[in-house]
Design a protein around this ligand. Structure first.
Ligand SMILES: C=C(O[C@@H]1C=C(C(=O)O)C=C[C@H]1O)C(=O)O
Length: 310
C-alpha cells in the first residue's frame, strides 16, 4: 500500500484510506527509532537559544530553522500542492514547477493542527523516545565530572537529530490530517447522519459517529506487534539479541529486560498513538465536519439530506 491514496481509483474509499494509515505506521515507527539514537539535546527546541541563528536574524529554535529551510526547498520542488501534506512553516516560496492537477476531494476548510503536533512532539514524544540515549549521555557526562542540567547537553548531533525530527513531524502531520479523507468519506456515505449534528455544532455527537472502537483496538494491537518486531536488535549472527539470565547478551537466556535491547519501547509507541495521534486525528475529523456545510445553499443541504446511504 502506498503512503498516499491520491493516486488510487477512488481516493475516498475508506478501505484505501485505512490502508494508507496502516502503511504510515511503518514510516512513523522507523522515524521514531531513528530519532531515538540521539539524546534529547533540549537546546535544539528552545527559541533564541542558538546565537548563530540570531546573528542570521532568525529568532526561532534550531528545529524551527530546520523546518523553515527544509520546507522552503521542498515547496520550490512543488511539495505541499497536494491535499495530503501540510507544512509547519508559513509564507513558503512558490513552486518552480506548475502544480499537479489533483482531484478536488475536500470541502474548503481551514483545519490545520500542526502547531499542536509540534508542541506535543517536543513535550511528550521526544522525552520518551530519546530516554535511553539521554540517560546514556548523562551517565557519560557524570563520569566526566559534569552534573545537573548540563548532563543532558549534548551529544553534538544537532543536525542529524533535527533532520529526523522534520521527518517524524511530517509523517505525523500527514497521518493526523488524513482525518479529513476519513471524514469526507464517511460524510459522503451518509450525509443525513452528520448534517443535523453539524448544524447544531454538536462535537460530541460527531465524534461518537466517526469513532470506530474496533478499528482502534485492532490498530493498537497491530502497532504493538510492529514496534516490538521492528525495535528488535539483531546480532551479527542474524539472531535477535536478548539479555540472558546472567545479564550477558546471548541467545540462550530469558529476556529479563527486553526493553534494554529494543531500539524503541513498544509501550511508548502505543501510548503515542493512543494518547495523541488517534485523538488528534479524530479532532481533525470533527473540525473538518463542522466546516463541511459552510457556503452551501439550503437547496444543496436538502439534496444531501435526501441522498440515500451508500
Ligand atoms: C481513522 C478513522 O476514524 C477514527 C480514528 C481512528 C484513528 O485515528 O486511527 C481509527 C478509527 C476511528 O475511531 C477510521 O474510521 O478509520
Amino acid at each position: 500500500m502506498a503512503q498516499t491514496n491520491l493516486l488510487s481509483a477512488d481516493p475516498l474509499s475508506l478501505e484505501t484510506i485505512r490502508g494508507t494509515l496502516i502503511r504510515l505506521e511503518e514510516t512513523i515507527i522507523f522515524s521514531l527509532i531513528e530519532r531515538g539514537q540521539f539524546a534529547l539535546n533540549p537546546t535544539i527546541y528552545q527559541k533564541g537559544a542558538v546565537a548563530q541563528l540570531k546573528e542570521l536574524g532568525f529568532q526561532g529554535s534550531w528545529l524551527e530553522w530546520f523546518l523553515a529551510e527544509i520546507e522552503s526547498f521542498h515547496a520550490k520542488a512543488r511539495r505541499y500542492t497536494s491535499p495530503d501534506e501540510y507544512p509547519f512553516t508559513s509564507n513558503l516560496p512558490a513552486p518552480l514547477l506548475p502544480p499537479l492537477q489533483f482531484p478536488t476531494i475536500f470541502h474548503p476548510n481551514t483545519v490545520n493542527v500542526n502547531p499542536t503536533i509540534l508542541n506535543f512532539y517536543i513535550h511528550f514524544i521526544l522525552p520518551r523516545i530519546t530516554a535511553n540515549a539521554t540517560q546514556a549521555l548523562a551517565a557519560k557526562k557524570r563520569a566526566e565530572g559534569v552534573q545537573g542540567a548540563a548532563e543532558w547537553e549534548d551529544d553534538g548531533n544537532w543536525g542529524s537529530a533535527a533532520t529526523v525530527d522534520v521527518s517524524v513531524l511530517q509523517a505525523i502531520s500527514k497521518r493526523v490530517h488524513y482525518g479529513k479523507f476519513v471524514s469526507e468519506s464517511k460524510f459522503r456515505s451518509k450525509p443525513s447522519a452528520f448534517i443535523p449534528h453539524i448544524q447544531a455544532g454538536n462535537r460530541q455527537a460527531l465524534e461518537d459517529l466517526i469513532t470506530k472502537p474496533e478499528v482502534e483496538r485492532a490498530l493498537l494491537h497491530r502497532l504493538r506487534k510492529k514496534a516490538s518486531l521492528y525495535g528488535q536488535e539483531i546480532g551479527p549472527d542474524g539472531e535477535p539479541l536478548v539479555n540472558g539470565k546472567n545479564g550477558v547478551n546471548g541467545t540462550n537466556g530469558h529476556a529479563e529486560n527486553e526493553k534494554a535491547k529494543a531500539k524503541i519501547d513498544a509501550d511508548v509507541v502505543v501510548e503515542i498513538y493512543e494518547s495523541w495521534l488517534i485523538p488528534l486525528t479524530k479532532e481533525v475529523e470533527v473540525d473538518y465536519l463542522l466546516q463541511r456545510l459552510d457556503g452551501l445553499s439550503e437547496k444543496e443541504i436538502e439534496a444531501f439530506m435526501s441522498q440515500p446511504a451508500k
